[in-house]
Design a protein around this ligand. Structure first.
Ligand code: CAA
Length: 240
């Protein structure tokens, strides 16, 4: 039986590349998305991968979403917590709402989704969870106290959950991407982005497929001894 994978934020950017990579490896993939129906429809037309809409920041919606996916595709073996948003601004300008939104989706989403699949994975004694952190959770980033805190939280969440899952055959790992060529990074002001790219030793932005390749590696049947690790993929920008 094909493994069933759920990729949050799986219809765009890094998530789209992950959904495609897992599908190409023979998995049955459900791509979750939060809001953009038009992009999700285009994604499904392009790839044939089904898209499921719910807000990962909403705990009850995650429980219901996983129940729907499991009803259609079968028990979830692989969870990729990729959904993330930015609400950048310096501390002086940042609102409490911008803090809450980023924490709820980027970090709360990891808890909500893991909670929704946890009992099933424990019962079946197999699971692969990959959380997408960020270089900015490792190193910090001017204008991102909310995002850096959430992504840093993901790295702690990963190490704690890895310990809880180990005996049940559930691995929990994180990837910390650097600046990848996606819409999220394209939203950074041009002059600011140029300065950031100038600090990347490899000399360019990363590609979404370069992250997807590592996710696939961590989700493999043969990856059972890799747990609690963080893989930095950032063109040498930050060596951690
Ligand atoms: N170090 C020191 N000063 C800096 C700075 C830095 N790295 N970046 C900006 N500044 C300064 C500017 O020079 C400016 O100073 P002056 O007012 O003296 O000219 C000031 O900060 C900007 O102040 P603003 O009041 O205009 O700031 P703002 O609240 O509007 O925020 C900003 C501007 C959001 C910080 C903007 O510069 C920005 O978007 N920066 C990029 C943030 C970033 O890298 N986001 C990553 C998004 S992609 C992502 O997150 C994916 C991933 O995981 C990697």
């Amino acid at each position: 039986m094909a493994r069933v994978a759920v990729v949050t934020g799986g219809t765009r950017g890094i998530g789209e590349a992950i959904s495609i990579a897992l599908r190409d490896a023979g998995m049955s993939v459900a791509a979750n998305y939060g809001g953009n129906d038009e992009k999700a429809r285009a994604f499904t037309e392009r790839t044939g991968i089904r898209a499921f809409k719910w807000d990962v920041g909403d705990h009850d919606a995650c429980i219901a979403g996983i129940a729907e996916v499991e009803g259609e595709l079968g028990p979830v073996d692989v969870l990729v917590n990729n959904a993330g948003i930015t609400r950048d601004g310096t501390m002086k300008r940042m609102t409490r709402q911008a803090w809450d939104e980023v924490l709820d989706v980027n970090l709360g989403g990891c808890f909500n989704m893991a909670k929704a699949v946890w009992d099933g994975m424990n019962g079946r004694k197999f699971g692969r969870i990959v959380n997408i952190g960020s270089i900015n959770g490792q190193a910090g980033q001017y204008g991102q106290v909310n995002y850096a805190a959430a992504k840093s939280g993901i790295h702690g969440f990963t190490k704690a959950l890895a310990q809880e899952g180990a005996r049940a055959g559930i691995t929990v790992n994180a990837i910390a991407p650097g600046y990848i060529d996606t819409e999220m990074v394209a939203a950074v002001p041009e002059d600011v982005l140029a300065k950031i790219v100038a600090r990347i030793p490899v000399g360019r932005l990363g590609k979404a497929e370069e992250i997807a390749r590592a996710v696939l590696f961590l989700c493999g049947e043969e990856a059972g001894f890799i747990t609690g690790s963080t893989l930095s993929i950032n063109g040498g920008q930050h060596m951690y």
